[in-house]
Ligand binder design. Structure first.
Ligand code: SAH
Ligand code: SF4
Length: 382
């Protein structure tokens, strides 16, 4: 069987190399070639013995994802669509900012949670991504950007698991992928610059705390169970009191961190002053500055039947939280013009995907000159 080395964290690669009769330092060399230099061909890995390279060719490969399309937004955001086979596609989004480059990664094709305001959720669940498919999104984006920008140093400084899917419902494949991101021989991202966003799978929050306590974002969206039940069906299983308790247990493993609560602003649904005050009460029931709020203007899609809150409403809501001492920011919508904003990542599973994949393949990729790309991602630093 041929092993895709993108599926392995350093520990896994060490075991793999040991089975080939190779020492750990060979695994480190191989890992660095793949993730730090973006090498795919074993013959390019010049400091590995020729005999090892030949051996690797018989039992291993570095298999990236097939990029079907690339769209660049006027604000510099780049969205890639990757074909993951079986008529499924996933999306990955790069968001350049002054002081950082953030990659938004998918963890599943579709999602089983079915939140009312999320276009991925409306499509249903197709399948979990493998560790290799999660890592391949970073591998591709990082080395693509480095090449296009002619940079030797890191371009992507932050990863957020906020693409398609519920990462904690794909826990077994997620954790090794996180380890590749954090490993100094891999992408060397610091623990606080890798964020897992979850709709609130309580037992898995506890496991993540033990296994890999990266930054945690929790999609809250409502101040009480009655409303949250209607927006995030998972709330019926793990209601708010349990979720908030899990957040506190998490922080015990990640001292000096905070939880980021995401709150999608839906006009007339969860955006009233009364909702904001109820949130304050809930948060203030626990002492200390243990969380921050990120208000996300809802990105509408036709089937949702929901509307985006007016900017003044979002401001007023933020003011109530901020005045109560809860740090609250309003997320800037990025990549609107290329459907790359939160919740617009459809990736179109099932029938619609097949049609879309066919259309994307037939479309000539718009050429983006290096100059264009450099212009759009100017200011991104490692
Ligand atoms: N499944 C995980 C991560 C992916 S969703 C989660 O739910 O946290 C990433 C973020 O986008 C979540 O906070 C989610 O609530 C938000 N989101 C989903 N649909 C949205 C939409 N249509 N408009 C704005 N934000 C949305
Ligand atoms: Fe799934 Fe997150 Fe969308 Fe809910 S918001 S359906 S958990 S991807």
């Amino acid at each position: 069987m041929t092993v895709n080395l993108l599926d392995l964290d350093l520990e896994g690669l060490t075991v793999f190399c040991e089975r080939l009769g190779e020492k750990r330092f060979r695994a480190v060399q191989l890992f660095r070639w793949i993730h730090q230099k973006g090498a795919r061909q074993f013959d390019d890995m010049t400091d590995l013995a020729k005999s090892l390279r030949e051996k690797l060719k018989t039992c291993a490969k570095v298999e990236p994802l097939a990029a079907v399309s690339q769209h660049i937004s006027s604000d510099g955001t780049i969205k890639w669509l990757f074909d993951v086979g079986g008529g499924n596609a996933i999306e990955t989004v790069f968001i350049p900012e002054e002081d950082r480059g953030t990659l938004c990664i998918s963890s599943q094709a579709g999602c089983a949670v079915g939140c009312r305001f999320c276009s991925t959720g409306h499509q249903g669940f197709s399948r979990n991504l493998t560790t290799g498919e999660i890592v391949a999104q970073l591998w591709f984006a990082e080395h693509f950007l480095r090449q296009r920008l002619q940079r030797d140093e890191r371009v992507i400084s932050n990863v957020v698991m906020m693409g398609m899917g519920e990462p904690l419902q794909n826990y077994g494949e997620l954790v090794p992928a996180l380890r590749v991101m954090l490993d100094d021989h891999g992408y060397g991202l610091s623990r606080r610059r890798v964020t897992v966003s979850t709709s609130g799978i309580v037992p898995m929050i506890d496991r993540l705390a033990q296994d890999c306590p990266v930054a945690l974002a929790v999609s809250l969206h409502a101040p009480n169970d009655a409303l949250r039940d209607t927006l995030v069906p998972l709330n019926l299983k793990y209601p708010l009191a349990q979720l908030v308790a899990a957040c506190h247990r998490y922080l015990a493993f990640a001292p000096r961190d905070f939880i980021t609560f995401e709150y999608c602003m839906l006009e007339g649904v969860n955006d009233t002053d009364a909702c904001a005050r109820q949130l304050v009460e809930r948060i203030k029931a626990h002492p200390g500055a243990w969380c921050k709020f990120n208000l996300i203007p809802f990105n509408p899609f036709p089937a949702s039947g929901l509307l985006r809150s007016k900017p003044e409403r979002v401001q007023a809501f933020a003011s109530i939280l901020n005045d109560a001492g809860i740090t609250t920011t309003i997320r800037k919508t990025r990549g609107d013009d290329i459907d790359a904003a939160c919740g617009q990542l459809a990736g179109d599973v099932k029938d619609r995907t097949r049609v879309m994949l066919r259309m994307e393949r037939n479309r000539t990729l718009r050429p983006h000159s290096l100059q264009d790309l450099t212009k759009t991602v100017t200011g991104v630093s490692a």
